[in-house]
Write a protein that binds this ligand. Sequence first.
Ligand SMILES: [Zn+2]
Ligand SMILES: [Zn+2]
Length: 419
Amino acid sequence: MIGLVAVAAMASAYLTGRSDERAGRPFGLVTPAGAAQGQAASPVKALSEQDVYFPGTEDLGPDEMRVTACGTGMPNARPKQAAACFLVELGNGDKFIFDIGSGSFERLSALAIPFDYLDKVFIGHLHSDHFGDLGDLWVGGVISNRQRPLRVWGPSGAKPEHGTRYAVERMQEMLTWDAASRLGNVNTDGQAIELHEFDYKGINQVVYEENGVTIRSIPAIHALDGPVSFILEWNGLKFAFSSDTYPNTWWLEHAKGSDIAIHECFLPPSLLVEKQKFPVEDALNVGTQVHTSPAMFGKVMSTVQPRLAVAYHFFNDFDVAPEVERLVRRTYDGPLALAVDYMVFNVTQDEIRTRMAVINEDAWPLPSVTPKLPADPKDRIGFTEFIESGRAVFADVIQRAYDETNERFGTDVPAPLDP
Ligand SMILES: [Zn+2]
Ligand SMILES: [Zn+2]
């Protein structure tokens, strides 16, 4: 929406010949040298900056915070919207992932950031749409050259088996074969997990404090005991992220004065029935008791009064957004963004700029930050004799692959023709 409006404004500025105020330069039509005067010629220079964000191309100012929506949808991820995930990047170089819902790993991969820097994850609660891609970040991050341990923060539960430790340890157990299969085949330095489970009942409790960044948790009310919301403060800027919650007093008190406040805003009950095919009873219960409805979201933001309120957790389509906005506006008239994946917010003391990221679908992983050593073949678990006996060894093809690759990279790796 915002992107379209911006593009339309730029187009009209271009057509009327108005200058681009921010860049302070005109939309000059620089014609090719030698073009005859008075004769129409198309420009040969780029006309203006586009009001979009191209990942990996913009420095972050020392006092700037950049928040990228990497998942804004529902538990059933779809091509347009992964499930909950927001990346926060700070001008001091720190990066934090808040929730890592189903499908969001792919979004993070598109942001042209070395995975060594995507090593801190804060999980608000243990619904799969908020941590379903943790396994992908764990394994896929290693394959994408992360050599640092993955650091994970998440809440306890009313019972040990409802806590983050239980979930993450079982996730690692679930991936036992996967982890074992990689030993000796790829560098697994990044395979360690550093887990921090904290008390879900803590009110404004500090769960992280490093390098001038403080992250606090407050309890949330959602489905079962255990969920929390997070508040990050750095350099005079305040970011609040609800994960999922029914409106609650802790958020109303502690998210107050946020520069950017991201809170769930579920589909209204009518659309849960019509579009998501819920029975009416379930739509009313889930839409107003388990989650925060759009009008409830508006009430929350009217109390908290952030510089920018960001609504997420609904399928944001042309026919849904107007209805969500209509209901939010019943109870809130402040600055508002209805988030969709790849919406980017640049936050400084002076300005909050909202744009859409334009990503490269052909993105490949960036190198690791420290030189990557090859795996040690001695760590390989190997096969049973039975499975080994089935190998069809195309020795000539393998030898040639080794020879050509060694020649290209100046190495001398021997071909294992007799495994
Ligand atoms: Zn949830
Ligand atoms: Zn959710």
